[in-house]
Design a binder for this molecule. Structure first.
Ligand code: ADP
Ligand code: MG
Length: 746
């Protein structure tokens, strides 16, 4: 639980793109009074802060460190949309300019090649062209040169380095030819100004298309953001006011009219209504809500009008937390992506060496004019080898895949969970609340003495009133239905995995499973034992009630199996997974449930503290284990599993703790998670393979490996085009994931 006066703020910080600018920002924020926690995400240039101070204070602290921060809100997303559109437009403008000028130059070069060495007007024209080219290169490709310069300062080399080096070399060589034509023989006086600008144009085009694709990928987020309201109607001092959502504070009374969206999280105080929660839980049927029920921001009020008390506002609503989680996950990398990054990091310097080597070979043993061949091959290698596609391969797919999963109500915490989920071999399912609905009911009472059924139920319910076990609710509901008055309980004790004990009046009572009775030496005769076996055979849980060493009754508790559990388990089988059920319940009951849904292996009567060991044991056998549970009772087992799936009941889910959170209660979410993670990983591998093949085939061709066969070298312009095209291919392939279909949806 979060401390009351703390809230979380997300700042977007422009210009923070390296570890060295991250440090002063972090420091400034940490030293601000009231700041609890600071976490920086370089990928999307965001800083998340837990603090008790307003966002203006935080922005000021960042400003003190010399950076400009913007509070990340809905407005700023629209803002970032605008910025992204602007960036796209700018890149396209520069692309057109560079390609247009390049085409003109190409035509002019054919019409008036650099020939003579005397400084006639035509030659002066080339000098002018050299200068204009430099200006256009600077205008359209400044970011590559400044990026290359930045990384030079930290003694690293990036893709910018390759582009800057390649185009810079082409320009420099051409300018030298123009200035000192006598250096090379007349036939060799070819200049590459047009290549330099066209390459920059092509790379810009690739980046523009990538920018466009990135913008579109946040559709999943956008859909969630659209659920957020701009204003809310609050009742303060008996007056109704429409105020901006940011001004709603905890404890405010909020009125919702029919057809309106809920603005913040809260608890209904007055009125009754039906609420459509499908956007958060995927549950298609509206849920009836009355006083005491929770409502969540973003859900839609259908018919009635209610007043609710705000319990969570701003960044703390379930909706805001979901949005934040998905955005963070979309920016995280699975291990395979880090591998690609490491390859890309050594790739660039290696390519520079290859370019240098190729140039030297052509210069020394190549045909005349060897200087030209040397420059052309070096430039072409630098340009074609640019590992843009390699760098894009993983993040693009992760972004689309995790977004797609979120649309289906599956929240994948990060790239690592995504990758591991795709590799699972065994799925362990908790029974209660996972396979079954988790809403148990007392369906039968087998009385052994002469007490009335109502008085037996009254005793059991009185004991359970203090218990937090899911079974307790069944007794409470049954007693409430019969309007029974409950008695006070003394020395209540919950006995994990067994049941409960307590005193009512002078009677010492026990309520729980057979193990509890046996351990307390309660004689069990064949009658009640048969009754309990018969109940278990019908997938019901038998619960024994004993008083002062005497068995009084056996209750049958039915927890209906969720209608879609069997179909979802069939999907898991189709995915090649082994499905294991893990439960503390009676073996016969568990086996009856297992038969109905097609479970492969049952591990019943497992004590709560042993669930974790059961998972560990499967792992020792070499299985990669996923575990699905309710996230509260099963937390240690979920943490032990390779991937923990927390199954959400409604919107009150511990989304920050599980690897994967299923917002709908359905097991189909588990199969959906497996399917989308496999599709995403397949997509990433296709991308990486494609990028790798492109680069490894491109480099030798660019270096002139085909020259002995064809007598031709690759044109640097073609290399630039191929490079841009490889990025576009990766981006398009990742976008194919957008059309992924989940098997349980039409
Ligand atoms: P699970 O969460 O897998 O259902 P638990 O370890 O919580 O398993 O419980 C195991 C068994 O212990 C239950 O199936 C039930 O028979 C008995 N039990 C535990 N707590 C209670 C309780 N409060 N009332 C009745 N029976 C209980
Ligand atoms: Mg449980």
């Amino acid at each position: 639980m979060k401390h009351d006066n703390n809230s979380s703020t997300t700042l977007k910080i422009d210009g923070m793109h390296c570890a060295s600018c991250q440090r002063p920002i972090e420091k400034a924020l940490r030293e601000t009074a009231g700041v609890k926690e600071v976490s920086v995400n370089l990928a999307n240039r965001e800083v998340s802060i837990e603090s008790s101070v307003g966002s203006d204070v935080l922005v000021a602290a960042v400003a003190g460190a010399g950076f400009e921060a913007v509070v990340d809100t809905i407005q700023s997303l629209e803002e970032s949309d605008r910025v992204s559109q602007q960036k796209f437009n700018g890149l396209i403008r520069k692309t057109i300019l560079a390609l247009g000028f390049g085409a003109l130059l190409m035509a002019y070069g054919m019409y008036a090649p650099v020939t003579g060495s005397d400084w006639n007007p035509a030659h002066f024209a080339w000098l002018l062209i050299a200068l204009i080219t430099a200006a256009i290169m600077y205008y359209t490709g400044r970011h590559y040169f400044s990026g290359a310069f930045q990384s030079l300062k930290t003694r690293t080399a990036t893709m910018d380095t390759l582009i800057a080096l390649g185009t810079g070399m082409a320009w420099l060589y051409s300018t030298i030819i123009v200035l000192f034509p006598a250096l090379v023989p007349e036939v060799a006086r070819h200049v590459y100004f047009e290549a330099a600008v066209i390459i920059i144009g092509m790379v810009n085009l690739g980046q523009a298309l990538e920018q466009r694709a990135r913008g579109r990928t946040s559709q999943a987020i956008r859909r969630l953001l659209d659920l957020q309201q701009k204003t809310a109607c609050v009742v303060r001092d008996g007056e109704e006011l429409d105020i901006p959502i940011g001004a709603v504070v905890k404890g405010d009374m909020v009125r919702v009219k029919p057809g309106e969206q809920i603005a913040v999280d809260g608890i209904v105080m007055q009125g009754q209504t039906n609420i459509d929660e499908s956007m958060l839980t995927g549950e298609p049927l509206p849920v009836t809500k009355g006083p005491g029920d929770e409502v969540s921001a973003g859900t839609l009020n259908k018919a009635g009008s209610v007043v609710f008390r705000a319990t969570r506002v701003g960044a703390d609503t379930a909706l805001a937390r979901i949005i934040k989680l998905v955005r963070q996950a979309q920016n995280s990398k699975p291990p395979i992506g880090r591998l690609a990054d490491n390859i890309a990091a050594v790739f660039v310097p290696v390519v520079m060496l290859i370019a240098l080597f190729a140039g030297l070979v052509w210069f020394n043993v190549g045909p005349e004019p060897s200087a030209v061949y040397a420059v052309v091959t070096a430039v072409t290698v630098l340009i074609i080898a640019c590992p843009c596609a390699l760098g894009l391969a993983t993040p693009m797919s992760v972004m689309v895949g995790i977004g797609k999963a979120a649309e289906a109500g599956v929240l994948i915490r990060n790239g690592e969970a995504l990758q591991t989920a795709s590799q699972l071999s065994t799925m362990v399912l908790d029974k209660t609340g996972t396979i079954t609905s988790g809403r148990p009911e007392v369906v039968e009472i087998d009385a052994l003495g002469d007490q009335t059924l109502n008085s037996l139920l009254q005793l059991a319910a009185s004991l359970e009133a203090v218990s937090e076990h899911p079974l307790a609710q069944a007794f409470m509901d049954a007693a409430a239905l019969k309007e029974l008055e409950l008695s006070a309980v003394d020395s209540f004790e919950a006995i994990a995995g067994r049941g409960i004990s307590g005193r009512i009046g002078n009677a010492q009572l026990l309520l729980g499973n057979k193990k509890l009775m046996q351990e307390n030496d309660i004689p069990l005769e064949s009658g009640p034992l048969q009754a309990s076996d018969r109940m278990a055979g019908k997938a019901r849980t038998p619960v024994f009630l004993a008083s002062d060493g005497q068995l009084l009754a056996v209750f049958a508790i039915a927890d209906p199996i969720k209608p879609e559990s069997a179909a979802a388990i069939r999907r898991l089988h189709a995915d090649g997974l082994k499905v294991v059920m893990l439960t503390g319940d009676n073996r016969h009951t568990a086996e009856a449930v297992a038969r109905q849904v097609g479970i492969d292996e049952v591990r019943a009567e497992v004590l709560p503290e042993d669930k974790k060991n059961q998972v560990a044991e499967l792992q020792h056998k070499g299985e990669r284990v996923g575990m699905v549970g309710d996230g509260i009772n099963d937390a240690p087992a979920l943490a032990m599993a390779n991937v923990g799936f927390a199954i959400g009941t409604g919107t009150d889910v511990a989304i920050e703790s599980a690897d994967i959170t299923l917002m709908r209660g359905s097991l189909h979410g588990v199969a959906d998670a497996i399917d989308i993670s496999r599709a995403t990983m397949r997509n990433i591998r296709q991308n990486l393979l494609g990028a790798f093949i492109y680069n490894s085939a491109g480099i030798p061709i660019a270096a002139g490996a085909l020259y002995p066969l064809t007598g031709m070298l690759l044109n640097p312009i073609i290399a630039g085009t191929a490079m841009a095209f490889s990025s576009v291919t990766v981006v398009s392939n990742a976008n194919r994931l957008r059309f992924f279909r989940f098997a349980d949806k039409p």
